[in-house]
Write a protein that binds this ligand. Structure first.
Ligand SMILES: Cc1cc2nc3c(=O)[nH]c(=O)nc-3n(C[C@H](O)[C@H](O)[C@H](O)COP(=O)(O)OP(=O)(O)OC[C@H]3O[C@@H](n4cnc5c(N)ncnc54)[C@H](O)[C@@H]3O)c2cc1C
Length: 409
């Protein structure tokens, strides 16, 4: 028996290995990781880790867990999928045979074609190594009285900006779209976060793309030039302009790719001996049937659990409700559901116990709830959306309270 090989030892790959054991899978489980050390969580890299530098807290499980669970960690890089012989070729020259292969290679930072982007002083934030470099660069930037410029006003760029301000660093966030986190949140939530970041002292340049990274005589990044001609000097440039799924190995092996590695409602790829999960895969949204690719801990871990259950002999279609969080200064943003498609309405509620909620509708159906510092409202929204949704009439009958509606069910 060759067992299961998992390509990628990140959030989803690790969870697949752990869940296989929890589900009683008894065959060999090998987890191939091209990053050093134990599998770790990425979310703190742009939050607590930047502040405390405590890498030990990032590990998803201690080393002893892997031995005790008979999960073999293979530190190597997969270089080819040999589907005919059901093998994975590794950079070391070794070959791993599998009965089933789980593709969990995640995503990498998108690199827009900007002059100067490869210069020293331009950093990314995807891996622990990236976060270590950023953590080392930040105090020096503050000491020099220099500015940090962030390319991209999405979650990671804004989380970094809030931490950098807490270090006393001058920060400018440049975002090509006219509003912050435009892909993921409503205009109403964007507007409130704009106010929050301005109150923290973050300078925002919205609706204008970065045209180039400026370099000094030594070839080091020293700022950015914007498409409108403005130049912003900086001691540190963070590239946070989104990610691209790692689909190349799957594509080269002839698997179907559609934004990510294409998976079906069971998270199987076009090869029934191969599953895909996490940031790297696209799959049919159980609520709309539309193909989606999500970049979240929730998707990676719920995908992994669903794949493990199937491999342990208990298949069921993937049905989990998407949810997400982001911490920016003292604001915890939580999102339940996916943004509405097409024309939609949203209403904003300042909640009696603090925080606010933005409810997003598709016609008469509630599809997404964004909350800030309102965990009870978030949990109520998750419960209701997972149970099949909420209509305006049902909510009105509970005087607009999601919490009451959730309790009444
Ligand atoms: C800074 C940061 C902050 C985040 N904050 C949040 C948050 O607040 N909330 C949230 O829900 N999500 C957050 N995320 C997203 C979340 O971490 C990801 O969605 C999640 O890690 C995806 O899991 P994954 O297993 O698909 O990919 P990953 O965790 O990226 O793991 C993929 C692994 O596969 C490895 N790999 C790739 N190719 C190969 C190969 N050929 N051979 C061997 N190994 C390979 C990669 O090096 C990597 O280790 C954040 C991400 C980052 C980077």
């Amino acid at each position: 028996m060759d067992g299961v090989v998992i390509l990628g030892g990140g959030q989803g790959g690790f969870q697949a290995a752990a869940s296989l054991r929890q589900e009683g899978y008894a065959g060999p489980v090998r987890l191939v990781s091209d990053e050093p050390g134990l599998p770790y969580q990425r979310p703190p890299l742009s939050k607590a880790y930047l502040k405390d530098g405590d890498a030990a807290r990032l590990a998803l499980r201690p080393e002893a867990f892997f031995a005790a669970s008979a999960i073999e960690l293979v530190h190597d890089r997969a270089t080819a999928l040999l589907r005919e012989t059901r093998e994975v070729a590794l950079a070391s020259g070794a070959v791993l045979a599998y009965d089933h292969l789980i593709l969990a290679p995640g995503a990498r930072n998108a690199r827009p074609p900007l002059p100067g982007l490869d210069a020293p002083g331009v950093l990314g934030l995807r891996t622990l190594a990236d976060a270590q470099a950023l953590r080392a660069a930040l105090p020096a930037t503050v000491e020099d009285g220099a500015r940090a410029v962030v390319i991209g006003g999405g979650f990671i760029g804004l989380e970094f900006a809030a931490v950098a301000r807490a270090f006393g660093c001058a920060v400018t966030v440049v975002e090509a779209a006219p509003r912050l986190m435009a892909r993921a949140v409503s205009p109403e939530t964007s507007a409130r976060f704009r106010g929050k970041h301005e109150s923290l002292g973050v300078d925002l340049a919205l609706g204008v793309p970065v045209a180039e990274v400026l370099t000094d005589a030594a070839g080091r990044a020293c700022g950015v030039g914007l498409a409108d001609g403005r130049e912003i000097p900086a001691g540190l440039v963070l590239l946070a302009a989104g990610v691209r799924p790692n689909v190349e190995l799957a594509q080269a092996a002839g698997l179907e790719v559609a934004d990510g590695i294409a998976a079906d409602a069971q998270l199987l790829t076009s090869d029934p001996a191969i599953s895909a999960l996490g940031d790297a895969c696209s799959f049919p949204d159980p609520r709309t049937g539309a193909r989606v690719r999500l970049e979240s801990v929730q998707a990676a871990t719920d995908h992994a659990r669903a794949v493990a259950r199937r491999l342990a002999g208990r298949p069921e279609p993937y049905a989990a409700l998407p949810w997400f969080w982001s911490d920016q200064a003292d604001w915890k943003l939580q999102i339940a559901g996916l943004p509405p498609r097409g024309e939609s309405a949203a209403d904003v509620h300042d909640l009696p116990r603090g925080g606010f909620a933005v409810r997003r509708w598709e016609g008469d159906a509630l599809v997404c709830v964004e909350t800030v510092n309102a965990p009870a409202e978030h949990m109520a929204a998750r419960r209701l959306l997972a149970a099949g949704g909420v209509s305006r009439v049902a909510l009105a009958a509970q005087e607009g309270s999601l919490a009451r509606l959730a309790k009444s069910g």
